[in-house]
Design a protein around this ligand. Sequence first.
Ligand SMILES: NCCC[C@H](NC(=O)CCC(=O)O)C(=O)O
Ligand SMILES: NC(=O)OP(=O)(O)O
Length: 314
Amino acid sequence: MKYFTQFESKALADQLIEKALFYKANPRIDQEKGAGKRIGCIFLNPSLRTRASTQIAALNLGMEPIVMNMDKEGWALEMKEGVVMNKGTVEHIKDAAAVLGSYFDILAIRAFPSLTNKQEDIEDFIFNQFIKYSGAPVISLESAIRHPLQSLADMVTIREQSGDAKKVKVVLTWAPHIKAIPHAVANSFSEWAIGCGHDLTITHPEGYQLDPIFTNGANIELDQQKALEDADFVYVKNWSAFNDYGKIVTTDNSWMLTEKHFRHAKKAKVMHCLPVRRNLELSDEILDGKRSIVQEQANNRIYAAQSVISHILG
Ligand SMILES: NCCC[C@H](NC(=O)CCC(=O)O)C(=O)O
Ligand SMILES: NC(=O)OP(=O)(O)O
């Protein structure tokens, strides 16, 4: 495997989930595997979990991580081909990515969408420029349209929490927010949950349909109460409109989950990738209550990353 950017197959997902659970039980068992190798973690946007968990994962494998916050510490990058660089950008992605590719054995990149240029975002243009020009193996730390390390950690968490249950009902519910938020987490969660064979229902207000490329195979139910019935796992996430691209269509706060939403889903566990805006996206009551498994999820980010890095190292 040279690139970890999206769901590939159930067989690979199962292998990565098993390996993540193995590393969780034996974090340092492969301390020699990455010895003498470096991973470059390139952030064009903020991060807490992805930044720290990827570094810990690399260190568990004996590999040296170097983090660059390119949005703040690097030169302003030009992404377009053939432009006269007489404005704000200082260095072309061609040159920067080629240098980074020569410095590192693996490159890991975070590049959020603009939410203003739909075509560029759905092509994952900036992320793909790094792939094109670096020549190195690349791991996505969240691109414009996907967040596969998050989704892998989510699948690990569901596997861990569901024990012997053969089939679980998973619900992805939209939550209110005050800002236009990317689709990446919701897209990826849907892609991985369907790919891993879970029974997935997606619920959101009118106008928040996700790109069907990612949701094909899910049950779409616009009535949140109905969607939540008998859920085993409820994944909470805000996203902006996809059709009316990047717009906020409603902020209806009745969509924020509280205990009363779980009348017909008594056993449901609640997931969120974090960061979460409390009492806007999700209530204190849920986040601090027994249903929440958000800390377990965040912890599993380490072993998801370790599993992927190990797989790329071969
Ligand atoms: N990496 C996890 C989520 C990152 C991003 N959240 C945010 O941008 C939150 C911003 C805010 O709450 O102001 C998202 O939802 O895609
Ligand atoms: N869940 C997640 O990706 O968190 P960060 O944005 O803090 O990395």
